[in-house]
Design a protein around this ligand. Structure first.
Ligand code: BEZ
Ligand code: FE
Length: 311
């Protein structure tokens, strides 16, 4: 019987020198491998090999994991990103977001905290007028809110005119418009420019808690892990301005359930906001002030730049 070729030993976990085996896989990368890719794959290989050894992962378990990932791929399309959802329920997107914010110099007290993008952002959302609505065919159980604030430079505190504030939220049935044939396209989403005083304003609705889609592999995993699929009520924001790090975040209603146990681990205490009653506005019963401080862009060591999301 022939041997595997890693120092003449069989890779069967019995007489295998695991450390040599792992390093042989790492060393198999050729000279032309880009430096950053080499760094990431080296670390990934070592951690995955260590994980397999630590858990004594069997072929059956390995195949079950692969099946889950393949299922995620098969379910994903332009409207559904099941791979991202799977990573979300394991806290991966939140962790990557923290690392990226640090790389971009955004993790300081003066800059508004970031939070995960999630799978429901759309790059082709229309730009809407200052102070206009993004809620159409508003359901009877929705509370309309006037949502407004000022976008500032986190260092100088100066208001930033002509920043772009991209806002999206789900309806009271817990569905984003692309998930729901009964909502018109681009309902509850809009891009708003700030005015000369750095202000933005729009009408939306008070958000509701909702379950992440649970009819696929992420839902299956949550079920196996005896976890609920709910997210606390939130509104998504992506705010950009030339010369500043694009801020992707979410704001959370202080009165919502699940603030302490978000199924995708995205809440942060400084992103909790208060909806207050609004008087004298025929279009809204609630008011939400949400100010946003952006971090000026600086040269980054890792070359990640500001291109977090393709727009
Ligand atoms: C969301 O907030 O839209 C979301 C985030 C992560 C997973 C699923 C949904
Ligand atoms: Fe969401």
């Amino acid at each position: 019987m022939t041997t595997n070729g890693v120092n003449g030993e069989k890779p069967n976990g019995q007489n295998l020198d695991a450390a040599k085996f792992t390093e042989a896989v790492v060393a198999s990368m050729g000279e032309k491998t880009p430096e950053r890719l080499r760094e990431v794959i080296t670390s990934l290989t070592r951690h995955l090999h260590a994980f397999i050894l630590e858990t004594n992962l069997t072929t059956k378990e390995f195949m079950a994991g692969l099946e889950l990932m393949n299922w995620a791929g098969q379910m994903s399309d332009q409207r559904r990103n099941e791979g991202l959802l799977l990573s979300d329920v394991l806290g991966l997107e939140s962790l990557v977001d923290s690392v990226t914010s640090h790389e971009l110099g955004m993790d300081n007290a003066a800059t508004t905290s970031s939070a995960i993008l999630g799978p429901f952002w759309r790059s082709d959302t229309p730009v809407r007028e200052f102070g206009s609505t993004m809620t159409f065919d508003t359901p009877p159980d929705a509370e309309v809110a006037y949502i407004h604030g000022v976008v500032t430079d986190a260092v100088t505190g100066e208001p930033l005119k002509n920043a772009l504030v991209d806002v999206w939220q789900c309806s009271t049935n817990g569905l984003y418009e692309q998930q729901d044939p009964n909502q018109r396209e681009f309902n509850l989403r809009g891009k708003f420019h700030t005015n000369d005083q750095g202000q933005y304003a729009l009408y939306g609705i008070r958000p509701v808690p909702y379950p992440v889609p649970s009819d696929g592999p992420a839902g299956k995993l949550l079920q196996l892990l005896d976890r609920h699929p709910f997210r606390p009520a939130h509104i998504h924001y992506m705010t950009s301005k030339e010369g500043y790090a694009t801020l992707v975040t979410q704001i959370f209603d202080r009165k919502t359930k699940y603030l302490d146990n978000d199924s995708v681990f995205a809440t942060k205490t400084d992103l909790v906001v208060d909806f207050v009653p609004k008087k004298g506005d025929p279009n809204a019963t609630l008011d939400l002030e949400c100010n946003i401080a952006l971090s000026p862009l600086r040269e980054r060591a890792t070359g990640g730049g500001n291109a977090r999301y393709s727009t």
